[in-house]
Design a protein around this ligand. Structure first.
Ligand code: PLP
Length: 387
């Protein structure tokens, strides 16, 4: 099998699994207990926290562990909204956020908040001027993702952060797709809050973190035993945390090599497909995108059909995000970059990982050509447009 859906989830690295193993077996202590097993768990947890902090240039005390990206986004967005409610009720986000952000914003709208969904343009990136115009005296929070999960485009986070700071508005970014893939320094990015998920960077599922800049006060949305500064109470997922820490340590070590390696594979794939397949297009900006992200559309063909045919050839790709591929609606991200309904059903997302090889990329290029050719023979849209 060739796996090219790393934005959906990534395989766990052997080193990560090995680090977790003892904490699933003999070192099973609860980090809140006083005896040796508990102290051992607590120490390992703090060591992992340091590794997460190091990957993003944060301080140890600024990291709380959560169950993943969705929970981090919820704690950050709802937490700021409720804390700052007396100051204003306006939130700014973008129209291409992950459902973990968009649905949280929609829920807040039902509770009296006002949300501006900034447009993106053909390249999948917001315009700073639109942001400036959207800011009002009521604005309390800007939440804009770092890298998009479907088209991989990277937003100008540092610039947005500077504007937020100038207006004294809190700034959260969902960096679930970018942490471990491109360099991140929370100070240079000017963010107050940043969400991470371990399973996107070769760590286990069900564990993530939220960076909360020192001094940023947020209202808890979960209540319980007081763990993680009272913001994410509940017995800590120690094996998950250890795996997450190890995955961050590896990402930190390998980033320097993985970026050029993946960028090279990505560009080979893009150039070859665009040059060889008639009416094939790349969705999103060609350069301002994640090193491993490719998102094509092919006139006259549905993305689902391509994914299923590739699957039958042992190749795992997707049409968009894992969440939206369950719904037969057009992708909100592709619609936001200006595609017609028919085109926003037609995308193929391939997201490369460090274990993918050049040979695999060549196999994929061949496979896509043959699948597109076969599907176009039976495509009424393709055949009608040709005559
Ligand atoms: N945010 C983005 C941009 C994502 O891509 C995802 C997962 O696909 C999430 C949030 C949700 O993360 P998790 O699966 O850890 O809840």
């Amino acid at each position: 099998m060739i796996y090219m859906d790393h934005s959906a989830t990534s395989p766990i690295k052997e080193e990560v699994f090995k680090a977790m193993e003892p904490y699933l077996k003999e070192s099973f202590g609860n980090a809140s207990t006083l005896y040796y097993l508990g102290r051992e768990a607590k120490e390992a947890m703090e060591n992992a926290r340091r590794k997460v902090a190091e990957l993003i240039g944060a301080d140890l005390s600024e990291i709380i562990f959560t169950s993943g990206g969705t929970e981090s986004d919820n704690i950050a967005i709802q937490g700021i909204a409720y804390k700052m409610q007396s100051k204003g009720n306006h939130i700014i986000t973008s129209s291409i956020e992950h459902p973990a952000v968009i649905e949280t914003c929609k829920a807040l709208e039902k509770r009296g908040f006002e949300v501006t969904y900034l447009p993106v343009y053909e390249n999948g990136i917001i315009k700073i001027n639109d942001l400036k115009e959207a800011i009002s005296d009521e604005t309390i929070l800007i939440t804009i993702m770092h890298a998009n999960n479907e088209i991989g485009t990277i937003q100008p986070i540092a610039e947005i952060g500077e504007i937020a700071k100038k207006h004294d508005i809190k700034f959260h970014t969902d960096a679930v797709q970018s942490v471990g893939k491109i360099p991140i320094d929370v100070k240079k990015l000017n963010v107050d809050l940043l969400s991470i998920s371990a399973h996107k960077l070769y760590g286990p599922k069900g564990i993530g973190a939220l960076y909360i800049k020192k001094g940023t006060r947020i209202e808890p949305i979960l209540f319980g035993g007081g763990q993680e500064h009272d913001l994410r109470p509940g017995t800590e997922n120690i094996p998950g945390i250890i795996g997450f820490g190890k995955a961050c340590e590896i990402a930190n070590r390998e980033l320097e090599n993985s970026i050029p390696y993946l960028t090279n594979l990505r560009d080979k794939l893009i150039d070859s497909v665009l040059n060889n397949i008639e009416k094939s297009y790349l969705n999103g900006d060609k350069k301002k995108r994640l090193p491993g992200n490719v998102n094509f559309r092919f006139t006259g063909i549905e993305g689902e059909s391509i994914v299923l045919m590739l699957d039958s050839m042992g190749i795992a790709g997707s049409t968009g995000s894992a969440c939206s591929s369950k719904k037969l609606t057009a992708s909100h991200v592709l619609k936001a970059i200006g595609l017609e309904d028919v085109d926003s059903h037609g995308s193929l997302r391939l997201t490369l990982g460090v274990e993918n090889t050049e040979k695999e990329v060549l196999v994929i290029i061949q496979a896509i050509s043959s699948v597109v050719e076969k599907l176009r023979v039976i495509s009424p849209i393709w055949n009608n447009n040709k005559t």
